[in-house]
Design a protein around this ligand. Sequence first.
Ligand code: FAD
Length: 464
Amino acid sequence: MTTLVWFREDLRLEDHPALHASAQSGKVVAVFLVAARQWASHDLGIHHAGFLGSNLTALAHDLGALGIPLEIVSAPRFRDAPQALFALAQTHGANAVAANEEYPLNERVRDSQVANYLRDRGIRFQLHSGSTILGPGQVLTGTGEPYTVFTPFRRRWTSHLDTNAVRPLPAPDSQGPPVVNALDTAALGLTETPISTQWPAGAAAAAQALAAFTHAAIRRYDRDRDIPSITGTSRLSPYLAQGVLSPRQCLHAALDANQGRLSGGEPGIETWISELVWRDFYRHVIALFPHVSRGEAFRPEADRVPWRNDPAELDAWQSGRTGYPLVDAAMRQLANTGWMHNRLRMVTAMFLTKHLLIDWRLGERHFMSHLVDADFPANNGGWQWSASTGTDAAPYFRVFNPITQAERFDPSGDFVRHYVPELAHTSAAATLAPWRHGVTGYPHPIVDHAFARTRALETYRKAR
Ligand SMILES: Cc1cc2nc3c(=O)[nH]c(=O)nc-3n(C[C@H](O)[C@H](O)[C@H](O)COP(=O)(O)OP(=O)(O)OC[C@H]3O[C@@H](n4cnc5c(N)ncnc54)[C@H](O)[C@@H]3O)c2cc1C
């Protein structure tokens, strides 16, 4: 029995249910399909692609050490996947194809087309649950409905795990002498970029980063996680997004550091586990509410907001020239590093949607194309939360004041000074509101906060 194990957003050997099950039942050939045109239509950018290329290189090496060959094939659109997989199955005499589930709509349509096509040709297609801690459908209300609010979801999620512990699966045993899996990332269009190489690739690097975080900083996470000038969060998101690390591995490491406790124990650890629950929650939303994958607001009434079409203001936001230093520093952090601190993702997303009243979908696309950790469920969830259009959305009348946010989370101005060289030599007070301190050479705010807040409240109120 030979199974093709189709790797997608799960570029690892450990805690890979499809690989684990397939290796137990016979020989395995690993497969990765490069869906360049489809990814472009999903707005995935060059840094994501570069990091993918590096992680695939590491995966090729890790698989080779276990004697597992890796086939990398171009299948530009998802609709090309069925034929590509069938051809590979024939080449390798495989009678099954296995993969871990992905939840966005296009991915699910692709998988059902693959299943039908292969079944008609005598090949089984098996899906396993491997990209969440608890899969969609495992956490439902008492009446069997999906949750649309996070806190009760988390309560149910915790009580489920309290009685049904999950353990990450080990890597499969070696299936023979080592093989060399060569790949040419440039030919595949997955060339590293200066930004993507800032993240050491591969499962060993990811495991090291997880161990370092859960050894120390996790204990201060509840206090440090909102301060962008320090490394107070794990920065594991690029590994989780491409599945170099599984969420169960993360949970397991956190539980080890917390005497096995999901709740209680160290506040820092409990808070961090809660972020892993957010990750699961947004995957449940994507799986159980397909309209969200079609670019629609989770709440239909939110699609009545008359978004402004203002290319100049959109450009000022994208390039970090709004005149609000915290917003600008955050947007430049994104441009320079391919990553942005969570607090600032909320601040910048609210600024675009509330201060500028520009459609959240334009911001969502900009983030997708620039983030190394681009992840459709988390990105869509974060944008809809910030724009007050989503499941657990911030109430529409919550409009973060970018100056107050800077006073609370960057009072020394260190973060702003690091990313906004025009303000590198100014006082802490001047980094909050340079126009009040006679700073020259830095833009004046493109919109007044009080005016923008009133305009947003009126517009949202009318739309409802
Ligand atoms: C507008 C907006 C867009 C976002 N886009 C993305 C995205 O494309 N990719 C992405 O991985 N996250 C996204 N997030 C969620 C969050 O900002 C990042 O996961 C986090 O900043 C990553 O840093 P970290 O690894 O240090 O996180 P930590 O604070 O250490 O958290 C650990 C892990 O939990 C998960 N996580 C944390 N917060 C969230 C959250 N709010 N929603 C879902 N998962 C979460 C991530 O996998 C993260 O790596 C977005 C949030 C907002 C508000």
